[in-house]
Write a protein that binds this ligand. Structure first.
Ligand SMILES: Cc1cc2nc3c(=O)[nH]c(=O)nc-3n(C[C@H](O)[C@H](O)[C@H](O)COP(=O)(O)OP(=O)(O)OC[C@H]3O[C@@H](n4cnc5c(N)ncnc54)[C@H](O)[C@@H]3O)c2cc1C
Length: 429
């Protein structure tokens, strides 16, 4: 399950950060060198805080270095689920925070001159009429709040300019979303954070948190070999990879899903013109969705096949190839360059779970497969709460998250639930 992603392979010469040598003391210690942790570190360091990021492997080991590269706008759930828990003024704050995610990516790519192939253009694709109705609802909801990037593509003729496939009945074209090489983006942020004074330690897995620590108001993150980081404030940004270090209130509200991605060998320009002429990334509306895009080297990066059970995780490559050729039969002979998988953290309502303990441990988790842009925003929100503006953080952390039923058995229960949703998609109910 931990095969290298194509991003790691093609960016083999990426910088490495030192491992923690002995002990280190700072204002804020962050567990997890993914997009959330590095974003928080960048914001904190720029505000003058001393900050250390502790990453178990190389940065980007988790979802941030092995995702589909889709840069998606807004929160990971339908906004209505967020809105109905909040007073109107707070709902506006939550909306703006979600909608700021892609702007933050664009702003940081420009500000730090990050070379990560950021490209705009997105298709939310409908496989049948029920999906198109859902997309119509989304368009009305978002436009009522001022989003102006959609155009509706109804029927095959309207789709033809954007996608060469008979799989869809329509789509929403979205110029506010796009795609990028996520590991290069992460390294761009990490370099900026380091320049601002943040310390990033790789190969430094945190094994335990001692909340009483040194007894001087400092908590301690313990790393193998007697090494430790002491800090007043801790941020847990390990998401689906956090495992034993997570607080009970976090682990009970997060479930793991595995998703896989296939990269073809580079396609000819002519082939790309036939399948995705405008270079838009695409996600369909199925529960077990397909998400794909053509990258800067003209490879098809095709993701899908989420496994909730961990038990049926076999035959990944033929399964992804079948999904891809169902959409684009023309790719049946395309060579495969690489296939990899990664863990996605999901919450029951698919809204990211933000929180803070009384003794200043901050956390966010559960981007529910929608974190490439949102994580940057979430990391910044955690950092801003520490710096002194908790407006967005307080609103998002006030949301209620239900506990997954089933305790240790929750994965089979989730698998059953998802099997039902997948069947519903197939039957077009
Ligand atoms: C296959 C796949 C495809 C996806 N595609 C998309 C997509 O196209 N678009 C989209 O928006 N989202 C996508 N996602 C989701 C997105 O990648 C995640 O939401 C996002 O990367 C989460 O970032 P993060 O920083 O919160 O966590 P992660 O990137 O998972 O980082 C957590 C880090 O914490 C480290 N860590 C954990 N515990 C410890 C510890 N005890 N000590 C030290 N370090 C620790 C891990 O090693 C890891 O590097 C995808 C995810 C996967 C797996």
């Amino acid at each position: 399950m931990m095969q290298q992603s194509i991003y790691e392979t093609e960016f083999a010469a990426r910088p490495r950060y030192t491992t923690l040598a002995d002990s280190y003391t700072c204002d804020v210690a962050i567990v997890g060198g993914g997009l959330t942790g590095i974003s928080a570190a960048l914001t904190l360091a720029e505000a003058g805080f001393s900050v250390a990021v502790l990453e178990a492997g190389p940065i980007g080991t988790g979802g941030s270095g092995r995702n589909g590269g889709h840069v998606c706008q807004g929160w990971s759930s339908d906004f209505i689920k967020i809105q109905k828990q909040l007073a109107p003024a707070d709902a506006d704050i939550a909306w703006d925070a979600g909608m700021g995610a892609v702007d933050l990516v664009t702003e940081r790519v420009r500000k730090y001159d990050i070379d990560c192939d950021l490209t705009f253009g997105y298709l939310h694709a409908a496989l049948h009429k029920r999906h198109m109705d859902e997309l119509d609802e989304m368009q009305s909801e978002w436009e009522a709040r001022g989003y102006q990037h959609f155009s509706r593509l109804d029927g095959k003729t309207a789709l033809d300019d954007h996608i060469g496939s008979n799989a869809y009945v329509g789509a929403l074209h979205d110029t506010g979303c796009g795609h990028m090489q996520p590991l290069k983006y992460l390294h761009g942020l990490a370099a900026a954070a380091t320049r601002a004074g943040a310390q990033i330690f790789e190969d430094s897995p945190v094994q335990a948190i001692d909340r009483t620590g040194t007894g001087q108001g400092l908590k301690q993150l313990k790393i193998a070999g007697g090494r430790a980081v002491n800090a007043r404030i801790i941020m847990l940004c390990g998401n689906a990879y956090l495992a034993d270090v997570g607080l009970p209130q976090m682990t009970r509200r997060l479930a793991e899903v595995v998703s896989s991605v296939l990269a073809t060998k580079p396609l000819s320009e002519n082939m790309v013109r036939q399948i995705l002429p405008t270079g838009a990334a695409v996600a369909d509306c199925n529960t077990a969705l397909n998400y794909y895009r053509i990258d800067a080297r003209r490879r098809m990066i095709f993701g899908g096949r989420s496994s909730y059970s961990k038990l049926n995780f076999r035959n990944i490559t033929p399964d992804l190839r079948r999904r891809m050729t169902n959409v684009f039969p023309i790719l049946q002979d395309a060579g495969i360059e690489q296939v990899w998988s990664g863990k996605i953290g999901i919450t029951m309502n698919r809204i990211p779970h933000f929180g803070r303990t009384d003794d200043d441990i901050y956390f966010v988790q559960g981007f529910s497969g929608h974190g490439v842009a949102l994580t940057g925003q979430a990391g910044r929100m955690l950092a801003e709460a520490v710096i002194g503006d908790a407006t967005q953080f307080d609103v998002m952390s006030s949301l209620t998250h239900r506990i997954f039923p089933g305790g240790p058995l929750r994965t089979p229960a989730l698998a059953l639930g998802m099997a039902w949703f997948k069947m519903r998609d197939r039957l077009r109910l």
